[in-house]
Design a protein. Structure first.
Length: 115
């Protein structure tokens, strides 16, 4: 299983970013996918998750209405569209897949929200 995140960067408050996670090594279309984040000095937290078909999503309260998770099963890719970004969204964002009872993680992509 390999997960590779991209799309992070520096953005001003109120701005937008779109993260991507390219997956390989497993049957992507069969698995729920998630985005987590970890801010400096804090524990990793669940940001958003999407079921295998893309028909059901859930979000952390802190990002509801601002972030949207989606997936393209033909491209083995999951996305996180982040709008109205706030300084408190600054973190390393990780893609997660649970396959065969094991959690797999990408290396993460850094999102910095600052003026």
């Amino acid at each position: 299983v390999q997960l590779v995140e991209s799309g992070g960067g520096l953005v001003q408050p109120g701005g937008s970013l779109r993260l991507s996670c390219a997956a390989s090594g497993f049957t992507f279309r069969s698995y729920r996918m998630s985005w987590y984040r970890q801010a400096p000095g804090k524990e990793r937290e669940l940001v958003a998750a999407i079921n295998s078909a893309g028909s059901n999503t859930n979000y952390a309260d802190s990002v509801k209405g601002r972030f949207t998770i989606s997936r393209d099963n033909a491209k083995n890719t999951v996305y996180l569209q982040m709008n109205s970004l706030k300084p408190e969204d600054t973190a390393v964002y990780y893609c997660n897949a649970r396959v065969g009872g094991m959690d797999y993680w990408g290396k993460g992509t850094l999102v910095t929200v600052s003026s």
